[in-house]
Design a binder for this molecule. Structure first.
Ligand code: 4AD
Ligand code: MG
Length: 476
């Protein structure tokens, strides 16, 4: 009977013949094959007694080769596994030349593996990360579906800049060297495929709002694109974003939803990806042990995940946060690259991480930011200078999610758009929501890769998405 490694390792089919297909991870003493098929971080040990006499076959059992093995499942004699296969026959399905195969059973740097992103998932670390990523994705859909949300597929090609930051990738079918031109020399987008200027979406929020105002509770979970030239360990040009949007919910409800949602999906992975999380926990502990003492994390990965699930996130207003930062030793001793001098300053990741890692030592939700540093759609507070914004800040990550209560008052929204020079004609449909049955509503966006980073303890965002897209890099 053909079985997966994950099932074989837990099976009670002792003394029965089984078949398994997978890739050779290591081959020792011309006798022991560690076989992996991707179904689990664990290999199954296959013991072969006839290889010494079959030189042809012996040469073909190499790291990376695909094989089909038939044999008897037996209690293992060796340490480290409960069962093993006593092999009766091996068929090599696909050879792997050991001279050329880049993924050898030794430690490779993450930089090297990024250059071999098509093969890196055959390593323990990347297979564990990608299984956890998959389970997290399932947990996201499970959470929302069980809580009465409908999944809404936002368009990927859009005509609007939801964040107003102008960091978009243009979508066009016009020839790059000779686009249609107007008389004044500017590009004539009316001749383009969609008859207007279009881009890849930076966020599905504006469209999600339209659906929330009919279906009540919706969420998007899809790819988003940002042409920001940030070469950091937390930015991708193509990333996946989860955006819930809820009618009749204010900012407090939004903060509760974000906290409950994050706890739920992290808890799901802790419960359902034990082997992978344990492996990643040990990996991180090893990595940390190479760092100087003061830079080491006080908690292991599993402790960090449990901490998030078991503790309340701290809610702090932007104004309180500015006071804390301004009066902090780090600020006074000029340790921040961007010193905090006055109310209104935009927070950089160094400030976010100071609040979370040094000051509060727990996840923090900052709210009520200055209107000037946030997007046009956020609801203006009665003070006239702050908006009902929130950012969820996480240790090691900084901002993991950002959202707000939306401006539902037509006149206030129009005023804001005019002040920011946003064309009312382009967002006529968005304004319609405020004309027909407008209501309080809120939502947020959570960067899926930042969530995977936190959950797996990987320090570079390029290592938690199969094929990262970053400035100057779109290989594979
Ligand atoms: O804070 P952002 O820009 O918010 C929005 O786009 C809102 N429209 C969301 C909403 O309210 N529905 O992005 C949301 C999250 C960030 O908190 C961050 O986790 C992630 O998306 N993010 C990125 N992740 C990876 N690479 C990038 N370049 C990212 N930019 C934002
Ligand atoms: Mg943000």
């Amino acid at each position: 009977m053909q079985m997966n490694v994950v099932d074989l390792l837990q099976s009670n089919k002792l003394s029965q013949e089984v078949q398994v297909k997978g890739w050779v991870r290591t081959f020792r003493a011309n006798r022991f094959i560690a076989l992996n098929d991707g179904s689990t971080i664990n290999n199954i040990q296959c013991v072969v007694d006839f290889l010494a006499t079959d030189e042809d076959l012996l040469r073909r059992i190499t790291t990376g080769a695909a094989v089909s093995i038939k044999g008897i499942l037996a209690e293992s004699q060796g340490k480290g596994q409960a069962v093993e296969i006593q092999v009766n026959s091996i068929e090599v399905l696909g050879d792997s030349n050991p001279e050329e195969y880049p993924i050898q059973p030794k430690k490779h740097s993450f930089e090297f593996l990024r250059e071999h992103a098509h093969l890196r998932v055959r390593t323990n670390t990347f297979s564990a990360v990608m299984r956890v990523r998959s389970m997290l994705s399932f947990a996201v859909h499970k959470y929302f579906t069980e809580n009465g949300f409908y999944n809404f597929h936002a368009p990927i090609v859009t005509g609007s800049d939801a964040e107003g930051a102008g960091e978009m990738f243009r979508v066009t079918t016009m020839p790059a060297d000779s686009p249609s031109k107007n008389e004044d020399g500017s590009v004539d987008f009316s001749q383009d495929f969609f008859g207007k200027e279009t881009n890849l979406t930076v966020s599905g929020q504006l469209e999600a709002e339209t659906y929330a105002m009919a279906l009540g509770k919706v969420y998007t979970f899809g790819p988003t694109f940002r042409a920001e030239n940030s070469n950091t360990t937390r930015h991708l040009a193509e990333f996946w974003m989860i955006e819930p949007e809820v009618a009749f919910m204010d900012l407090n409800g939004n903060m509760e939803l974000a906290e409950d949602f994050i706890k739920s999906v992290v808890g799901y992975v802790l419960e359902n990806c034990k082997d992978d999380i344990e492996f990643l926990d040990q990996r991180l502990t090893k990595e940390e042990s190479t760092k100087p003492m003061i830079e080491r994390s006080e908690m292991t990965l599993i402790e960090k995940l449990k901490f998030v699930v078991d503790n309340n996130f701290k809610r702090v207003s932007y104004s309180e946060a500015i006071d804390i930062l301004r009066n902090s030793k780090s600020n006074k001793k000029k340790k921040f690259k961007f010193p905090i001098n006055e109310w209104g300053a935009d927070l950089q990741s160094e400030h976010e991480r100071f609040l979370v890692e040094k000051h509060f030592k727990c996840p923090v939700i900052l709210f009520d930011y200055p209107a000037k540093i946030k997007a046009f759609y956020m609801r203006l507070n009665d003070d006239g200078k702050t908006v009902r914004a929130m950012d969820v800040l996480f240790p090691g990550i900084g901002e993991i999610a950002g959202g707000s209560q939306r401006e539902e008052r037509l006149d206030v929204l129009k005023e804001k758009m005019n002040a920011l020079d946003i064309d009312e004609k382009e967002l006529w449909w968005y304004l319609d929501l405020r004309k027909f049955g407008t209501a309080e509503h809120s939502g947020f966006g959570l960067g899926f890769e930042r969530l995977v980073q936190f959950t797996t303890g990987m320090s570079n965002i390029r290592d938690v998405i199969p094929f990262p897209r970053t400035p100057q890099n779109a290989e594979f």
